[in-house]
Design a protein around this ligand. Structure first.
Ligand code: TXA
Ligand code: MG
Length: 339
């Protein structure tokens, strides 16, 4: 028996409404993926360009056949292993999938989210029929994704018909997107599901990936997250190696700028940071770091610093998604302030 708020949200979605809901990655802004007007409203609310496709969220893997065709064995294996969970698969779209959802492309991105409230909503919405909710992250286009319900309310107010509150998101970074459009499965966006998990499921040679710069290559399908300046806070960010932070901070302070440092929570004694410099902390380990990154960036925006210097996280693979988002955040936020 779903609770009343979920039943109400599902009724609103069936009537063409727009409802924000929690997932284990970030909050989504959902609409009936078969209702073109409802989907258009999502684009409008987000100020998202029409050619940037949305992910369709499903209650269960059995429903993919209502959306995709020519589903390869690797896709079935990934669904069996990781759904419900933070993995999105790009597959050839059936002809009846509204092209407003796919940004005009003949492929569709599908995911079965792992948050109990998202699943309850999907089941109540259209569980048995294989219906889906088109849902981008519930933020304005180009801004940082919401990881708590109030982030959505702050961004959109009453433009959204309802915001379901499922608490803070467990992962805090968007899903990993894998394309299965021919050839080897290929990572289009690093995300909450680590590369090591994909390798474990598909074998070492079973998955193609590259550094984030490769992901943005023009030959790949359009992924808005692949724009250099995406996921950006309002405060200009700079990323520096820990040993370079002190010198850069001193330079900017000498210019009279109001700055802060965002660093990993480890002992920094001897690193020579000016003592009066405001310091904000993120956890040292990657999972909790990722979980709190977006909320921290949001919080920092409220101080209106001229610049925030971010300690560069490690380069290794486990930090791929975090480094990807941080780099884009720095590029997006810095668009107007160089040098
Ligand atoms: O974790 C997530 O994935 C969250 C939650 C709400 O599910 N959603 C999310 O949606 O991050 P959005 O719209 O912010 O990002 C969706 C990404 C975009 O980069 C989009 O281009 C890509 O999915 N995408 C959607 N359809 C695609 C397609 N047919 N081909 C390639 N990329 C696609
Ligand atoms: Mg987004």
């Amino acid at each position: 028996m779903p609770n009343k708020l979920i039943a109400l949200a599902a009724a609103r979605l069936r009537a063409g409404g727009v409802v924000a809901f929690p997932t284990e990655t970030v909050y989504g802004l959902g609409a009936d993926a078969r209702n073109e007007d409802a989907v258009r409203r999502v684009f409008e609310i987000k100020s998202r360009p029409a050619d940037h496709p949305l992910i369709v969220h499903l209650a269960e893997a059995a429903h993919v056949d209502a959306w995709a065709r020519e589903i390869p064995e690797a896709a079935r294996r990934l669904m069996a292993r990781f759904w419900p969970g933070p993995l999105t698969l790009v597959l050839p779209a059936r002809d009846d999938v509204p092209r407003v959802v796919t940004g005009g492309q003949d492929s569709v991105a599908l995911r079965c989210p792992g948050h109990p409230m998202a699943l309850a909503l999907l089941r109540e919405f259209d569980g048995a029929q294989g219906g889906g909710l088109a849902a981008p992250s519930a933020n304005r286009f180009g801004a940082v994704s919401p990881t708590e319900a109030w982030h959505v309310r702050t961004a959109f107010g009453i433009q959204v018909d309802q915001v379901l509150d499922g608490g803070p998101c467990r992962f805090g970074l968007e899903s990993t997107i894998v394309s299965l459009l021919g050839g080897r499965p290929r990572v289009l966006r690093p995300g909450a599901l680590p590369l090591s998990a994909l390798r474990e499921a598909l074998g070492d040679d079973g998955i193609e990936h590259g550094p984030p710069s490769d992901v943005a290559a023009p030959a790949t399908p359009r992924v808005p997250g692949a724009l250099a300046a995406h996921y950006a806070p309002a405060t200009p960010l700079e990323i520096h190696a820990i040993d370079a932070l002190a010198a850069r901070a001193t330079t900017l302070l000498d210019q009279g700028l109001r700055i802060a440092v965002l660093r990993r929570n480890r002992n920094l004694r001897g690193k020579g940071l000016p003592p009066a410099l405001p310091q904000f902390l993120l956890p040292a380990r990657v999972e909790p770091y990722a979980r709190s990154l977006y909320a921290r960036l949001r919080e920092l925006d409220r101080f209106a610093f001229d610049r925030v210097l971010v300690e560069a996280p490690p380069e290794d693979e486990t930090w791929w998604a975090v480094n990807d988002r941080l780099t884009r955040a720095a590029e997006g936020s810095a668009a107007e302030v160089r040098p």
